[in-house]
Design a protein around this ligand. Structure first.
Ligand code: 5GP
Ligand code: ZN
Length: 112
C-alpha cells in the first residue's frame, strides 16, 4: 500500500526506530510515545483494521502478539507486565489504518 505510513516503514521508505523484526512482523518506537516504552507492532502485510480482518489474516495478527511476548522477555518485562492495545475504527481511536498493536510499559500511560 503506497499511501500507508506503516507499509512505508516496513519497506524502509520512511525511517523508524526498529526494535524487532521477523518474517511476518515489524516493531518500532511510536513517534509520539505515551509511556516510557511505547512500541507499535505491525504485520508486514497490509491489513487495514481488525474491523475488516479475514480468517486468513489471523496468523499474521497472532504473530504480532508472539512478537509482543518476545519483546517483553527481551526487555525484562515478563514479570512486571505491559499493556497491549489495538484501536479499532474511528470511535476506537484508530488513526492509522494498518493493524498495529500498541506495546506500552514502564509506567503510566500519558493522555490515554
Ligand atoms: P492509532 O491511534 O491508529 O491506534 O495509533 C497510531 C499511532 O501511530 C500513534 O500512536 C502515532 O503516534 C503513531 N504514528 C503515526 N505516524 C507515525 C510514524 O510515521 N512513525 C511512527 N513511528 N509512529 C507513527
Ligand atoms: Zn499498510
Amino acid at each position: 500500500m503506497k499511501d500507508c505510513v506503516f507499509c512505508r516503514i516496513v519497506a524502509r521508505e520512511t525511517p523508524a526506530d526498529i526494535e524487532y523484526e521477523d518474517d511476518a512482523v515489524l516493531a518500532f518506537k511510536d513517534i509520539y510515545p505515551k509511556a516510557p516504552i511505547h512500541l507499535l507492532i505491525v504485520p508486514k502485510r497490509h491489513i487495514a483494521s481488525i474491523i475488516v480482518m479475514e480468517r486468513e489474516d489471523a496468523e499474521a495478527i497472532g504473530r504480532c502478539f508472539l512478537a509482543a511476548r518476545s519483546l517483553g522477555e527481551a526487555k525484562g518485562l515478563a514479570e512486571r507486565g505491559y499493556r497491549l492495545r489495538v484501536n479499532c475504527g474511528p470511535e476506537g481511536g484508530q488513526v492509522v489504518y494498518h493493524v498495529h498493536v500498541h506495546f506500552l510499559a514502564g509506567g503510566r500511560e500519558r493522555g490515554a
